[in-house]
Design a protein around this ligand. Structure first.
Ligand code: UDX
Length: 460
């Protein structure tokens, strides 16, 4: 089967490469000539575990190719996936212009039997509208359109494709559903459920699924706030809650608020869809606000322990919106850094993978370091924002010795509070009460720090 993937970004490249590994002949097409040139030389534009190796294997096997020539690529295609960006508009809705432009460009060239599959995340009704665009570009001849949302998480995208919980395919005529079932047959035979729906239902499934997952995170973050004040431990509470199979353990990990290219954008688009159809998604509207407030609140917590802000230095460990990615889009770290620098605090930064992308957003707001200890050197506060394994394994004695102050904010609950306080540091986790170091250790480690008086009067 010949598959064309329009858009060689994170979704298109991963999906195309995975289809090649299932035996399809795949051509990934992108307007970005440099990207295509690099891909032809095996250079992957994103950090995604295992993807580089799979791209190399599939290219060597002759089943994966890259091109900028859209018209030539689609001429012999059986399936044409549209996997281009759907950026957010100022009103929260999404901009469909790239999807529409792709449809207009391919309309004249696609074979009569080819199926155009919308992979991009799009609002309800888009597949049908794209069908109309294609039909008029084809001079009124029939076209086949399917909606096939992706559920790929950055960092585990290949597994999420190959071992998906389900494959959702929306189509408005049985022949298209049957052809899509055939395309996915290798995965269906491995036991992955194939859910066949209308195009509108498939579009809604994608948004409703992401909105629900984001709600779970928002919910546990609010439970974490209660735990902090009531003396509870959110990890234990989440375990007990998630043990109910109706709820489940996944996506109950509290943190600094969700980020990334999907949840923030998709929840806003879902809320905008609700408003458009006169069905306000009030839970989601509140979730979106609460998530942004949380990021700002966690920055305020750090600022609250710094009495002389303009003389203070904070080391931020982790800029990516989560581990195993170099993506910083809507990362809580960006909000925290901006709030700190706005208050006059000097920010030092480290991230094992996302330094480049973070640097291009934050510019000179942050002084960057190659390792977390160099970043922590002389810092009054160290704050962990991303759950990289490098930070789980920190040498806490070394860290405490290098620091000027005594506050460690663990916004991913990576560390054991007692092993932090043992080295004279105050431990500020999420959903756990503040843990202070034993008094002797506090005195011992206070040294000549100008913050000792502040620590004693710490408002947290
Ligand atoms: C998400 C969806 O999971 C995926 O199905 C969809 O296709 C794209 O969007 P992704 O953005 O890669 O994937 O990341 P995900 O692992 O879902 O995490 C999103 C955000 O939520 C991150 O900031 C993460 O740190 C946060 N999160 C996730 C939590 O705070 N707690 C959790 O329990 C899970």
């Amino acid at each position: 089967m010949n598959v064309v993937m329009i858009g060689a970004g994170y979704v298109g490249l991963t999906t195309g490469t995975c289809f090649a590994s299932l035996g399809c002949n795949v051509c990934c097409v992108d307007l970005n000539e440099e990207r295509i040139r690099n891909l032809k030389h095996g250079q992957i534009p994103i950090f995604e575990p295992g993807l580089g190796e799979l791209v190399a294997q599939m290219t060597a096997a002759g089943r994966l190719d890259f091109s900028t020539d859209l018209a030539a690529a689609v001429k012999s295609a059986d399936f044409i996936f549209i996997a281009v960006g759907t950026p957010a508009r100022a009103d929260g809705d999404i901009d469909l212009s790239y999807v529409e432009a792709a449809a207009r460009q391919i309309g004249r060239f696609i074979p009569d039997e080819a199926i155009v599959v919308i992979k991009s995340t799009v609002v309800a009704g888009t597949a049908r509208a794209i069908g109309q665009i294609l039909k008029s570009a084809k001079g009124g001849r029939n076209v086949y359109v399917a909606s096939n949302p992706e559920f790929l998480r950055e960092g585990s995208a290949i597994d999420d494709f190959m071992k998906a919980d389900r494959i959702v395919v929306g189509s408005d005529e049985p022949a298209t559903a049957a052809a899509m079932r055939e395309l996915y047959r290798p995965l269906i035979e491995m036991g992955i459920p194939f859910i066949s729906t209308t195009t509108t239902d498939a579009e809604l499934i994608k948004y409703a699924a992401n909105a629900f997952l984001a709600l779970k995170i928002g919910f546990i973050n609010e439970v974490a706030n209660i735990c902090e004040n009531a003396g509870g431990n959110v990890t234990t509470v989440a375990q007990g809650v998630g043990a109910d199979r109706r709820i489940g353990q996944n996506f109950l990990q509290p943190g600094p608020g969700f980020g990334g290219s999907c949840f923030p954008k998709d929840t806003r688009a879902f809320a905008a869809t609700g408003r458009r159809y006169g069905a306000p998604q009030t839970l989601i509207e509140r979730l979106i606000e609460g998530n942004e407030e949380r990021k700002a609140m966690l920055a305020d917590r750090i600022l609250a322990v710094l009495t002389e802000k303009r003389r203070s230095r904070v080391a931020i460990l982790g800029m990516a919106f989560k581990a195993q990615t170099d993506d910083v889009r809507e990362s809580a770290a960006l909000t925290v850094v901006s709030a700190l620098t706005k208050a006059g605090v000097e920010v030092r930064g480290h991230d094992p993978k996302a330094r480049g992308p973070a640097q291009s957003v934050l510019g000179t707001e942050v002084i960057w370091h190659e390792d977390p200890y160099a970043a922590a050197h002389g810092a009054d506060v160290v704050a962990i924002l991303t759950e990289w394994d490098d930070y789980r394994a920190l040498d806490l004695k070394r860290l405490a010795d290098l620091m000027n102050g005594k506050h460690l904010f663990d916004y991913r609950n990576l560390l054991c509070p007692e092993s932090v306080t043992r080295h004279g540091l105050f431990y500020h986790g999420i959903g756990r009460p503040l843990v202070k170091p034993p008094l002797d250790d506090r005195r011992k480690s206070a040294g000549g720090s100008h913050l000792w008086a502040d620590v004693a009067a710490s408002p947290i």
